[in-house]
Design a binder for this molecule. Structure first.
Ligand code: URP
Ligand code: ZN
Ligand code: ZN
Length: 507
């Protein structure tokens, strides 16, 4: 392909089945200036120099994936995650993902704005596809409140993550959650929670170590699934008390998913995000006899030893109880994981997923018959775009949308392996999984960035994407509830009888 700048590239994708969340239709797609200009049958743009034509016959043409949850080059637990914003976004592209949303995470007592600026300075020169940033609230004060407001108004942030775990590091208490949720609601942001009871984890970890359980299985044993479910329920209760929309990140257990599902059925504005790991593998790996293998799966909340968990979460994702998928991509290689070789609490938490999410969900969700191609698009891009107010620029193939497009071969297969993946770590938690559903071409803002295994990427070519507050998909309901669900006093005549009491004097 001749060297071209993204802006000038013209692209015609011919003969594929264009799949959106609500409709599939055989049509051509014509792109100019990084934006979809036409969608329809038999498009015939002027064949001037620079027109790239891609044949998508018998293939699907889908919106590029949006990974709602990554941690590239994250300084964490005495190490730094291996995938940086270059290798991480390049791997994303190879897997059919064209946008990631990472997290800027300040230390307790530190500035949210500085964290945002720091993460952005790491990402801007390296990203190969578009990205955005959630910001974490790890402590509470008036300054934090002011910074949240300024991030929403000046920096395009519309989501804040609160940790209910990582005691003494990132964890906030219920009062702080209440304040942070109230602030999110005022600003039109989406509150996100890492839902695990950090106090119980701290106690459980001490107990396991005292029992001589120092290996990776201790990581799950000290925080069984009710620890996740309790925090999920608590977060939903607090969010509901202030009518704040809630987004539960990395849903890892059946119990937590059931709590979310029940809350949605009660009409609460809550969204659950399972991840590639929780949909594609399970926590039996923590009992593997090979320490390095077991440690590679350590993440928080942990994968669950009940092997029916991934299938259960996929069922809920297919039927709408769970809404959207991320990966929590936070890769550490075996040497980094070995920081915890004698104590599971020191194993850096995190797994891969950014490259494999789309294929894993196609295999376990669509190929298995649980969801159709439209639901696949909904849970891999459209719903994320709606919740985080990127829609319809992202998450849809339509006139005026960004040309983040993937030509997807639903029949082709690939075998996932650390030997062939593009991620920076030397282990893949999906090793050996054969997946139907392969991205053959990835287009980012109108430029072909990946085709048949060959990259055409430039570090820094991706853009930071601002996300305005009050996403209508989320806030229309919140506003309506605000109006109709306010408690009102009972009108009654004043009490006119005798009032008596007995003063108590203490000796
Ligand atoms: O294990 C995990 N999840 N690592 C990244 C930090 C987080 O909690 O999301
Ligand atoms: Zn988390
Ligand atoms: Zn995370």
């Amino acid at each position: 392909m001749p060297p071209q700048t993204r802006a000038r590239q013209r692209l015609l994708i011919k003969g594929g089945k264009v799949v959106n969340d609500d409709l599939s239709v055989v049509a051509d797609v014509y792109v100019e200036e990084g934006v979809v200009q036409q969608v329809g049958p038999g498009l015939n743009p002027e064949p001037s120099p620079g027109l790239v034509v891609l044949d998508a016959t018998n293939k699907l043409v889908i919106p590029g994936g949006i990974d709602t949850h990554t941690h590239m080059e994250f300084p964490f637990m005495g190490s730094r995650s291996k995938d940086d914003f270059y290798t991480g976004t390049k791997a994303a592209i190879a897997g059919g993902t064209t946008m990631i949303i990472d997290f800027a995470i300040p230390q307790k007592g530190c500035s949210l704005t500085e964290a945002f600026d720091t993460w952005k300075s790491w990402a801007d020169p390296k990203v190969c596809c578009d990205y955005s940033l959630h910001v974490a609230v790890t402590w509470w004060s008036n300054k934090v409140k002011q910074e949240m407001e300024s991030l929403v108004q000046n920096k395009g942030v519309n989501s804040f993550k609160m940790f209910m775990a990582y005691k003494d590091i990132y964890m906030v208490n219920d009062e702080e959650l209440y304040e942070a949720f109230s602030c999110c609601k005022e600003l039109g942001a989406v509150a996100q929670v890492h839902a695990e009871n950090g106090e119980l984890i701290a106690q459980g970890a001490k107990k396991m170590l005292a029992m001589g359980i120092t290996g990776p299985e201790g990581h799950e044993l000290c925080r069984p699934e009710e620890v996740e479910a309790e925090a999920t329920q608590r977060a939903i209760t607090i969010a509901n008390a202030v009518n704040c929309p809630l987004y539960v990140v990395h849903v890892m257990s059946k119990s937590s998913a059931k709590v979310i599902s029940d809350a949605r059925r009660e009409g609460k504005v809550v969204y659950g995000e399972p991840i590639a790991a929780s949909l594609g593998t399970d926590g039996t790996n923590y009992w593997n006899k090979d320490w390095a293998h077991a440690a590679a799966y350590v993440m928080g909340p942990p994968l669950r030893p009940d092997p029916s968990t991934p299938g259960f979460l996929m069922n809920l994702l297919a039927n709408g109880d769970l809404s959207v998928t991320g990966t929590d991509n936070c890769t550490f290689d075996i040497c980094q994981k070995a920081l915890g070789k004698d104590d599971f609490t020191k194993i850096p938490n995190g797994v891969n997923g950014v490259e494999d999410r789309m294929s894993v969900i196609w295999e376990k969700g669509v190929h298995s018959g649980k969801m159709d191609e439209n639901r696949f698009v909904a849970v891999t891009s459209t719903n994320a775009a709606k919740i985080f107010n990127l829609y319809p620029k992202k998450g849809r193939i339509a006139v005026g949308s960004d040309a983040d497009i993937v030509i997807w071969d639903p029949k082709a297969t690939r075998t996932i392996s650390a030997k062939t993946h593009h991620q920076a770590n030397n282990f893949n938690i999906f090793e050996g999984m054969v997946c139907h559903g392969v991205p053959v071409v990835t287009v980012s803002r109108g430029k072909v960035v990946y085709e048949g295994g060959v990259f055409n990427v430039t570090a820094g070519e991706g853009k930071y994407v601002s996300r305005p507050p009050f996403p209508p998909y989320v806030y229309k309901r919140v506003r309506q509830r605000e109006q109709v669900c306010q408690p009102v006093p009972v009108k009654r005549a004043p009490y006119t009888g005798t009032v008596s009491g007995t003063p108590v004097t203490q000796k």
